[in-house]
Design a protein around this ligand. Sequence first.
Ligand code: FES
Length: 213
Amino acid sequence: MPNTESDGPKQPKTGATPRAAPSRRTPRVPAKVQEKSKAGLVSRILNIFGNGAPVDPAKRRRRTVQALVAGFLGINLFMFLRFFFPRTLFEPKTLFRIGYPSDFGYGVDTKFQKRRIWVVRDAEGLFVVYARCTHLGCTPDWKPSENKFKCPCHGSGYDSMGINFEGPAPRPLDRAKVELDAEGQVVVDTSVLYEWPKGMRSEFRDPGAFLQL
Ligand code: FES
């Protein structure tokens, strides 16, 4: 008897056209379905205040106005509260102690460079140089090997007393106010500066500009 289909596994027929492998491409969404889903999205946005259920136009208008009013009041409340938390810039103190005069030897002391000052002591006394270039305000560096302050921005140079001698700086480095407190410690106030503008009187010998020791 000849083999029937139930007699065993199917054998491919010799010479039969092989079946095409199933395509892996994303199936194309028909245009009608796309339009429908777009319409669904629009209606969902339009019905945003109605929990998905269609809302009549008058009701929707009322809810929109309520939302706008609530937003407006919320922003105003936020601004009102913000008033009690001002943006404060915490700057370093301008008035501080630096120790006793005997703590400083002759020459330039860079211990307080973080506070933007150098303490200079010579045979006459002690003064404080404010580390701000008189050209455009950069912070110069102290170069001990060259015995000078050098501004990295445009090359101004100042000697160990802070007197300008090269570059575009128009005047010597300013000096901060110094005085002794009741304990005999040196107190510096960088909010009070003494200048020596070009062609004008020097303030470097004014009371407060230096400490005679
Ligand atoms: S800012 Fe110092 S040389 Fe210009």
